[in-house]
Write a protein that binds this ligand. Structure first.
Ligand SMILES: [Zn+2]
Ligand SMILES: [Zn+2]
Length: 385
């Protein structure tokens, strides 16, 4: 009797927190084909549902594709929403999706605001669910299961655990997370930039050490030439990449140089939601597949990627033990400053950069704010990670 009562209680508890997606006992991450934009939905083995962006294609101005895909998955409600940044190709369809599948928990975004109607509609749609994400924020799905799913915030608003990159470019400000499940890891980071130009600032390089090695990389910024830099790929070493791009887009995505970097760094395959309007896919290395679905069974050392009705591809996870997880936020020692530099140098460093030890005492300067007129040294080797 007691056991039966306990069973009912568990069922009720699951019903209250679950989004009732088509749970199949595996972790599922569906990278939806939304045209030129981003939209991914995660269904945990226990049935919790998390949405990562859902944008609107600039020309099609239509949310039918994500709406019907989510409907077909049986997503009646959402447990959490993560919004990378406020461009329409990432938030344009959020109001329509939330109307179809109401949000139960928090909507994490970068806070602050952005001009325009698309942003105002998004803010109205999430209402009191809106929460500003912070570095190190963790959401755990299937909390009481033997194999929970953990989502960790590693970048938001130009900030990482190693400090703040000064930028006002909306793409640079993208919120980035790492999804961990057993030995599987995927990074999802909107349009995060990896280039220092007049328009962009490199946020990928300082964030990379916190991400560590990943299996699946949701390629930043639709594989634009300003994302996915060499330092990022050398550090995160993804096995596969997923590129969300739309046919006929005005940006030339995916770009030849982004793809070349992905191929040079040894990715086994990249999966594109659509053909896009840039480089053509290279036979064997790149496939175009509509909605791209990644699945991981509990305790598995493999995962599958399904696309376009083809037989799923199976890959080994980078493995437990050797891979580095997202490191927990470091609490600086009392009195420790965030940045350090030599009064004689043109560059400044994060205070935990190994190079700081080389600065002579009489030249060493420290502060919680970056010095004026010096450049941030973004390739700091850091002891311990
Ligand atoms: Zn953007
Ligand atoms: Zn975008």
């Amino acid at each position: 009797m007691l056991r039966r009562l306990f069973g009912w209680l568990v069922l009720v508890a699951i019903s209250c927190t679950s989004g009732f997606g088509q749970a199949n006992g595996k972790l599922q991450i569906h990278h939806m084909d939304v045209g030129q934009g981003d939209g991914a939905v995660l269904i945990s083995p226990g049935g919790q549902v998390v949405l990562f962006d859902v944008g609107e294609d600039m020309k099609r101005k239509d949310c039918t594709m994500p709406l019907s895909y989510l409907d077909q998955l049986g997503v009646k409600q959402l447990d959490y929403l993560f919004v990378s940044h406020y461009h329409f190709d990432h938030i344009g369809c959020i109001p329509a999706v939330l109307q179809q599948s109401p949000l139960q928990g928090d909507a994490f975004d970068r806070g602050k605001s952005y001009p325009g109607k698309t942003y105002a509609n998004y803010v109205a749609a999430v209402g009191s669910h809106r929460k500003t994400a912070a570095i190190g924020d963790v959401i755990t799905l299937d909390k009481n299961a033997a194999n929970p799913v953990v989502i960790t915030v590693v970048a938001v608003d130009g900030e990482s655990r190693h400090g703040q990159v000064q930028t006002s470019n909306e793409n640079d400000l993208s919120l980035a997370v790492v999804v961990s499940y057993g030995s599987f890891r995927e990074e999802i980071g909107g349009d995060l930039s990896g280039d220092n130009t007049q328009m962009y600032q490199d946020v990928e390089t300082p964030v990379a050490p916190d991400v560590g090695q990943i299996d699946d990389y949701k390629v930043h910024h639709h594989c634009s030439s300003h994302s996915t830099n060499d330092a990022w790929l050398a550090s995160t070493k993804p096995t596969v990449g997923i590129i969300s791009t739309g046919d006929g887009n005005d940006y030339g995505h995916p770009t030849a140089d982004c793809l070349e970097r992905l191929h040079t760094h040894g990715l086994k395959r990249t999966y594109w939601t659509e053909h896009g309007n840039g480089e053509t896919p290279e036979a064997g290395l790149d496939v175009v597949g509509g909605n791209i679905v990644v699945e991981v069974a509990p305790g598995a050392n493999t995962y599958t990627v399904s696309y376009g009705g083809a037989a799923p591809d199976t890959y080994q996870t980078i493995g437990s033990g050797t891979s580095k997880g997202p490191t927990s936020p470091v609490t600086p020692a009392a009195g420790a400053k965030k940045y350090a530099w030599s009064s004689r140098s043109q560059v400044y460093h994060y205070a935990d950069c190994d190079f700081v030890a080389n600065i002579s005492k009489e030249n060493l300067q420290q502060s919680d704010t970056p010095p004026k007129g010096k450049h941030l040294h973004t390739n700091c080797p850091v002891g311990g990670h």
